[in-house]
Design a protein around this ligand. Structure first.
Ligand SMILES: [Zn+2]
Length: 291
């Protein structure tokens, strides 16, 4: 049973909207499914944490995909999230790890790289898509999402994302926040937030100390300013299933299906997102050709 949840809030007389999430168990589940090493866990975990909060900006049936390709050894980071608190994700090379950086932190920028782009595709229903893309500016990901919001969505934002990893590679703490200025936010509000953020501990530390998402927002925005709008449980959830892969195999065409039957006597496919394996026997493959 996951204790992870997300809150949405307004602050400073509604000049600011804010999101905060504890994602420790969600990132732990990703770590266990993909056997990520610590630096990869931090990169994937930060991206999933951002995905959960961006998902909560969507309506129920809408969803989004984050693709991060920074040119680093981790390869691509892919995260799917929706408006129901569900997220899934994977990286090309989960067994990526480096020594801690000069700040004593997991060296996410070295794993992610600093030369590529951060891409967002929002599926907002009725075959309508919003796409946005910005260059990777730091590789630490928090700053990259901040840059994305500022340039692609024109919303001045502050994004904090953090993951702490135990010596046995399990996840000690994970979480994050997104603070966004509404149009007309005052200079006083902006400098008050900057002051709080300048003084606060990293969000992963706060979560590790046991602070709730509400309490994290109090650290970022000050205690008396916040009005919580809603709260939502979050979890790692993959919506794959045998049916989806059947459709995918069918799309490969008869010749490809014949070679699976003749050369392999069936087919086994693995979901990239959750590592679930699906087996298809000869009868099932034959039926696909006729369908
Ligand atoms: Zn899956």
């Amino acid at each position: 049973m996951t204790q992870d949840y997300l809150v949405r809030a307004l602050a400073f007389n509604d000049e600011v909207r804010a999101f905060s999430v504890r994602s420790t168990d969600t990132v732990q589940e990703a770590q266990a499914k993909h056997y990520t090493w610590p630096t990869a866990s931090a990169a994937l975990g930060r991206s999933m944490t951002a995905g959960l909060m961006m998902g909560s900006m969507l309506k129920n049936e809408e969803k989004l995909t984050i693709t991060i390709n920074g040119g680093g050894p981790i390869g691509q980071i892919i995260v799917d999230a929706n408006g129901k608190g569900e997220v899934r994700g994977y990286v090309t090379n989960p067994q990526t790890h480096f020594d801690l950086n000069e700040h004593g932190k997991l060296d996410v920028a070295r794993a992610v790289g600093t030369t590529g782009s951060l891409n967002i595709v929002k599926d907002i229903g009725m075959r309508d898509f919003f796409t946005g893309s910005t260059p990777i500016v730091s590789g630490e990901l928090g700053e990259d999402f901040t840059y994305y919001f500022a340039t692609s969505e024109q919303v001045p934002s502050a994004v904090g994302l953090g993951v702490l990893v135990n010596p046995d590679n399990s996840i000690k703490a994970a979480g994050g926040f997104i603070i966004q200025l509404m149009p007309g936010a005052s200079e006083e509000t902006i400098s008050a937030i900057e002051q709080h953020i300048g003084m606060m501990e990293p969000v992963s530390k706060l979560i590790d100390k046991g602070l709730s998402p509400e309490q994290v927002l109090e650290e970022v925005l000050g205690e008396d300013n916040i009005r919580i709008i809603d709260r939502m449980d979050v979890e790692f959830k993959c919506n794959c299933g045998k049916e989806k892969f059947l459709t995918a195999i069918k799309g490969l065409g008869t010749a490809e299906i014949d070679s699976m039957i003749e050369e392999d006597g069936g087919a086994e496919v693995e979901c990239h997102f959750c590592r679930e394996k699906y087996h298809f026997n000869v009868e099932e493959l034959e039926a696909l050709k006729e369908a």
